[in-house]
Design a protein around this ligand. Structure first.
Ligand code: PLP
Ligand code: SF4
Length: 339
């Protein structure tokens, strides 16, 4: 069995093992080590050279939820480099959403009415193989490079905006003190009544949701929405549930977005179980995304016809509020496009 970092352990540099930054640094970054931890060393010979150009990274708290000895484990498949990533497939490109250059250059994306999205941080605690980010390892903390000011200027200049979305990368990669600087800046903008966080950290490294963060979340003058990212019910253990309970107690509305991934969650039983598990933790399913057509991710794609069939199946077995909206992001559209 794999175990997460033991709770009471003190790490070599003195931080408690529960400290999220320490866990971030402790993440597994070696594919062979990951396979060894799972009793799958026999697979090491089929790894692509150089992790196919996108480093493996996975927090040990997430590894602990993988099934030992199962090469088809749905969590493992999301993070393990595959030879199939080296295949060139028509239509799968490095800039799948069409505006990554713009994202990187200025940090603020204002495409939809009433809400602006800020690339608050380029970092993630986990590297998901299907992500567009594999071709844009921004690396550094973008907000740290003066982007709060840029975002606040943009909000001030656009009176139609009422919501700010922090995205990335992962905005919870930022220190809570950095988030507090944003909150301070927003005090002069009462028009912004909603603050939204798009984050995978409460799922992959739930200790990120610590007292300081919950204090910050609870102190905000805006309505808060936290949109999590989990793709499979096995990602959601008791530690994630605790993190969600804390964020709910701090007043946040909790939603989830998932990506439809072949071999991971492309069956109705899994998607229904995901919705049920999320609801049990006080989280409503929001979007089910069709994959962005990113080079190296073609083996994850589920055909549209199959995706629609799955959505139909879910509608037949779940209450409407537990059925996520099946959407795709299309460059130039004014919202996510329903399938
Ligand atoms: C996805 C996205 C949003 C959020 O869209 P909602 O439908 O409100 O969840 C906002 N801005 C941009 C640029 C986006 O890509
Ligand atoms: S942005 Fe989201 S999907 Fe992409 S690597 Fe980070 S956590 Fe994974």
């Amino acid at each position: 069995m794999i175990t997460a970092s033991p709770g009471a352990r003190i790490t070599p540099d003195g931080a408690p093992a529960g400290d999220w930054r320490q866990q971030w640094r402790d993440a597994v970054t070696d594919s062979a080590e990951l396979l060894a931890l799972l009793g799958l060393s026999a697979l090491a010979g089929s790894l692509p050279p150089g992790d196919a150009g996108f480093a493996l990274r996975v927090p040990r708290a997430f590894v602990a939820r993988m099934r030992h000895g199962d090469p088809r484990d749905p969590l493992l498949l999301q993070v393990l480099p595959q030879l199939a990533e080296l295949d060139a497939v028509d239509g799968f490109v490095t800039d799948a959403v069409g505006d990554l250059a713009a994202r990187e250059a200025q940090g603020v994306l204002h495409k939809y009415h009433g809400r602006a999205l800020l690339i608050a941080s380029g970092s993630c605690a986990i590297n998901c193989r299907y992500c567009f980010r594999r071709h844009f390892p921004y690396g550094e903390e973008i907000a740290a490079a003066g982007q709060w000011r840029h975002a606040l200027d943009h909000l001030r200049a656009n009176p139609g905006l009422t919501e700010l979305i922090l995205s990335g990368g992962d905005p919870l990669a930022l220190a809570t003190s950095k988030l507090q600087e944003l909150a301070d800046g927003l005090v002069s903008l009462p028009r912004i009544t909603r603050l939204r966080l798009h984050t995978r950290l409460p799922v992959v490294l739930p200790d990120r949701v610590d007292e300081a963060f919950l204090g910050w979340l609870g102190s905000l003058q805006q309505r808060t929405v936290v949109v999590l990212h989990a793709n499979h019910p096995n990602e959601l253990d008791d530690a994630v549930a605790d993190a969600c309970a804390g964020m709910r107690a701090a007043g946040a509305t909790l939603l989830n977005q998932a990506v439809l991934l072949r071999g991971v969650n492309d069956d109705a039983d899994t998607l229904a179980a995901l919705s049920e598990r999320l609801f049990g933790m006080g989280v409503l399913p929001y979007y089910l995304h069709q994959l962005d057509r990113v080079q190296g991710a073609a083996h994850f794609e589920v055909p549209d016809a199959r995706a629609r069939e799955l959505a139909e199946d879910l509608r037949g077995r779940l209450p409407g509020y537990l059925v996520p909206r099946l959407v795709r992001e299309v460059a130039g559209d004014t919202s996510k496009r329903p399938l």
